[in-house]
Design a protein around this ligand. Structure first.
Ligand code: 1HE
Length: 257
């Protein structure tokens, strides 16, 4: 592969953005390779981690390639990012991101499409599209705006400023902040744990939660009842519930245990 690395660590796929000389900037060919990798990962893993090789997670859209596009090519390119990132967000597996260095523009859009984000202390987050004369096109106006809120995203886009990982956690952009160099190990640890969940529950968490979040209260509660019943009456649920009741599996741990 030219732009990505892929390794399997037990049930966990580890996908590396691997164009460090261009700060992992995402070109059209890069997106197609990511699409192929997602297919491989879905066939061979139960959870996945995405991270960046080199000093940064991702510098976003390949600006050199973008300069030369016609308006219509731009629309198709943006729609393709939506399709491919949508396969991550609403696919079969839970995805975790390990973030360090720049997580900017399309890099933040990619990070926003995974389910859990771990940042190390070196990470910084920005949406510099306003300064480049463009707009977000990889899903940020939907996904990143839902994570941090439209007001904060408007501020990021208008000012072009960067925020640090502690602010990013406070804003809901990331779930965990760890010491420099520790994000990948933490993301793999979390992914390993998620890989032991019942696949039907994981599928419901990934696919039902964001849809219910887009619904009104009454519709959301109605849909929740059906998903709850569908998962709880699966043979795997019966087996797992009995394993707890007969004390064959551990209790819920206190934080830090
Ligand atoms: C790139 C890109 C890129 C670096 N496209 N080539 N994204 C941005 O506006 C971010 C632009 N990048 C930066 O601000 C900086 O590169 C970083 C802060 C991310 C990293 O700085 P640094 O000092 O580590 O690296 P560098 O020296 O700036 O870059 C190294 C090389 O990568 C250099 O090329 P070289 O040929 O001179 O060695 C850079 O030109 C190249 N490079 N970033 C192309 N993005 C679907 S819509 C999404 C919209 C967006 O993503 S907008 C945000 C775009």
């Amino acid at each position: 592969m030219d732009y990505l690395t892929l390794e399997y660590n037990g049930d966990v796929a580890v996908v590396g953005l691997n164009r460090p000389q261009k700060r992992n900037a995402i070109s059209d060919a890069f997106i197609e390779e990511l699409n192929d990798v997602i297919t491989d990962v879905e066939a061979n893993a139960k959870a996945a981690v995405i991270h960046g090789h080199g000093p940064h997670f991702c510098a976003g859209l390949d600006l050199a390639e973008h300069v030369k596009k016609t308006p219509f090519e731009g629309v198709h390119g943006s729609r393709r990012w939506h399709e491919v990132f949508g396969r991550i967000q609403r696919g079969k597996l839970p995805w975790f991101a390990a973030l360090h260095g720049a997580v900017v523009g399309g890099g933040l859009e990619l990070a926003s499409s995974v389910h859990v984000r771990v940042a190390d202390q070196t990470a910084f987050f920005a949406l510099p599209e306003g300064q480049r004369g463009i707009f977000v096109g990889g899903g940020a106006s939907v996904r990143s705006a839902r994570l941090m809120g439209v007001s904060r995203m408007t501020d990021l886009m208008l000012t072009g400023r960067s925020v640090d990982p502690v602010t990013a956690e406070r804003w809901g952009i990331v779930n965990y902040v760890v010491d420099a160099g520790e994000a990948l190990a933490k993301a793999i640890e979390l992914a390993r744990h998620a890989a032991t969940n019942a696949p039907i529950s994981t599928y419901a968490i990934i696919n039902a939660l964001p849809r219910i979040n887009d619904m009104g209260t009454d519709d959301g509660l109605f849909v929740e009842s059906f998903i709850a019943s569908f998962t709880a009456t699966s043979p795997e649920a019966e087996e797992r519930l009995n394993a707890f009741l007969s004390k064959k599996v551990g209790k819920v741990a206190r934080p830090g245990e």
